[in-house]
Design a protein around this ligand. Structure first.
Ligand code: PEP
Ligand code: MG
Length: 314
């Protein structure tokens, strides 16, 4: 009989199992792909496509309104392919569009963006794609063509999910649009406390990976606007509440064989990364310039854990 997965509580009590933490890199623009690959990183833990799209000067809505979806899909395909080509055989997790409405406003087509008092809590991330299937469909079509072209190292990550039903719905839409969802790698960002709290349900829903978006996780856990200088001194990635959420989610992922990673700025901080390795994270994704020091922090912490274990068993 197949053993049932260890319950989360039991896993939490277990010592971390070190299997070699992968060190990946964050990429925001295809132009940076070669520099990112030159770090020797084990893959791309976050490719933000909004910079590529903002660089087009026109909103996705503009392309739809002008019947130019093909043009948008081709631009997205081209940009992502550059990054995939720079990382042959290594995972590249592309995040679906996650630009707040105010960032679209200055672009052509931006006049139809809703005016929101609080764009960071508003119509962005997966919630926008689920309500705007036309926008989502263009992205999915670019991914589908890349998978069809043989880029099996492409993984897709949904931002700002707060309930497993969003993941389930997004995957169902992709399936409807011709993606073999059983074959491809789909995961979520854990960047709202609700998604950390519900991590077991996300795992049951079939995520293949979870990645901590600590930039947002910190702001939503602590109610500290990440862009507000008045409260910047209270913006604390190492706040015990944030760490507790992360620890909880890591344990659940590890107990179920789901890769867990980090792609927020805290993944470029050696002290935070040492803590994450100690708590069992399976990969970290850092800014290009931070990759060497993060590699070193990971190696140092793994060595320490192994030496401690050896001494205990001596
Ligand atoms: C995050 O929230 O940590 C993240 C990586 O996403 P962004 O900074 O793009 O919101
Ligand atoms: Mg975020």
């Amino acid at each position: 009989a197949v053993a049932a997965p260890a319950p989360v509580a039991a896993a939490a009590a277990a010592a971390p199992v070190i299997t070699g933490t992968l060190v990946k890199v964050n990429v925001s623009l295809p132009e940076a792909a070669q520099r990112a690959a030159a770090t020797g990183a084990d893959g791309v833990g976050l490719l933000r496509i909004e910079h590529l799209i903002l660089g087009l000067g026109k909103t996705p809505g503009w392309y739809i309104a002008h019947g130019k979806e093909e043009e948008f899909i081709a631009e997205l395909y081209r940009g992502i392919k550059i990054v995939l080509d720079a990382f042959p055989g290594k995972p590249v997790w592309v995040r679906t569009l996650d630009a707040p409405t105010d960032e679209f406003r200055n672009m052509e087509g931006g006049e139809s963006e809703p005016i929101e008092h609080n764009p960071m809590l508003g119509w962005r991330g997966i919630r926008r794609d689920l309500k705007s299937p036309d926008q989502f469909r263009m992205q999915v079509e670019a991914f589908r063509r890349l998978w069809a072209a043989g880029y099996s190292n492409l993984g897709v990550m949904f931002p700002l999910v707060n309930h497993p039903k969003e993941f389930i719905q997004a995957r169902a839409m992709m399936e409807e649009w011709g993606v073999d969802v059983e074959k491809v790698t789909l995961g979520v960002m854990v960047e709202i406390p609700s998604s950390a709290i519900l991590i077991d349900d996300f795992i049951k829903a079939g995520i293949r990976f979870a990645s901590f978006g600590t930039n947002d996780l910190v702001q939503y856990t602590l109610a500290i606007d990440r862009n507000n200088e008045n409260v910047a001194n209270m913006y604390e990635p190492e706040h015990p509440a944030v760490l507790k959420l992360i620890d909880y989610a890591i344990k659940a992922c590890r107990a179920n064989g789901v890769e867990c990673s980090i792609c927020g700025q805290a993944g470029s901080d050696p002290k935070m990364v040492a803590w994450l390795v100690e708590h069992g994270i399976t990969s970290v994704s850092a800014n290009i310039d931070a990759v060497p020091r993060i590699r070193e922090a990971v190696a140092r912490k793994e060595r320490q854990i192994l030496l401690d274990a050896a001494r205990r068993n001596a």
